[in-house]
Every structure is written in structure tokens, then in C-alpha cells.
Design a protein around this ligand. Structure first.
Ligand code: ZN
Length: 138
């Protein structure tokens, strides 16, 4: 596996409404997309810095993984890092062969139509790691 770049950094927030203006000022740009990902029970907002996106994540339900993260980190914080790979399934297989525990054995659909798969933070030294690819660019 050899990721081409950091696709995005996922940041858990308590309220998009409160946090978006901060990033708009910090990054000198408007948020270009807000999208609800029902599968993960989150609402996302996106910015782009070079090739890398900042993905803000607000939980839409108490069962959302982001809600659980916010219980432990009430101010929000960096939730995950996502690497862009050529093929998510192959990258997940490679990771498993390295002895890394997978959250997703097969890719699923993430925000912005990406194919995504997560590695378990227990085997990635505490960093929730996402592998993703843009099926439109294959
Ligand atoms: Zn992500």
C-alpha cells in the first residue's frame, strides 16, 4: 500500500453552525459542501487546503460514532486521518496482511461518494485511520 496523499482530516465538532465560521476565517474560504451521511449518522462540512480536505463531522444521533467521541472529548477534536489509495479493497487486504485489525473488511460509501474503509485504532497506535478512493477518478 502506498497512499498518494492525505485525502482529508476528520474533525469532530459539537455544532457545524458554531465551527464553520471559524474555519471560513482561518482558511479564507467558504465551506463548499454540507452533506448528511446517514450511514454514519453525521452531518459533514468540507473545506479544501491544497489536495487535502478538512471534514467537519457533527453527530445527528446519540448512536453516532462521533457522538461517542464527543462524550470523551467534549470540545471536539481530531477524529481520524484519511489516506487516498488506488484501491480500497486491496489496501484493506494489505493492512490485514500486516496484522492490522480492520473495522471494515470491505469498502463502504462515505461522504462525497468516496469508497472508504477504516482501520481499527487498537492496531494503528491510537489513530483512527481511513483509506479512501474516489471511484469517479478510477
Ligand atoms: Zn473521513
Amino acid at each position: 500500500m502506498k497512499p498518494s496523499h492525505i485525502e482529508h482530516i476528520g474533525i469532530a465538532v459539537t455544532s457545524l453552525e458554531k465551527v464553520i465560521p471559524y474555519y471560513e476565517q482561518l482558511l479564507g474560504q467558504k465551506c463548499y459542501s454540507i452533506e448528511e451521511v446517514t450511514d454514519q449518522k453525521v452531518k459533514t462540512a468540507f473545506f479544501k487546503v491544497g489536495q487535502t480536505k478538512i471534514e467537519l463531522l457533527e453527530p445527528t444521533s446519540a448512536e453516532s460514532p462521533i457522538a461517542k467521541y464527543l462524550e470523551k472529548n467534549p470540545h471536539g477534536g481530531v477524529h481520524h486521518i484519511a489516506f487516498c489509495v488506488d484501491g480500497v479493497q486491496q489496501a484493506l487486504n494489505d493492512a490485514e496482511a500486516m496484522g492490522i485489525q480492520l473495522i471494515d473488511k470491505t469498502p463502504r460509501r462515505g461522504a462525497e461518494g468516496l469508497n472508504i474503509g477504516f482501520l481499527h485504532p487498537k492496531s494503528t497506535f491510537g489513530v483512527l485511520t481511513e483509506l479512501c478512493e474516489d471511484p469517479n477518478k478510477l
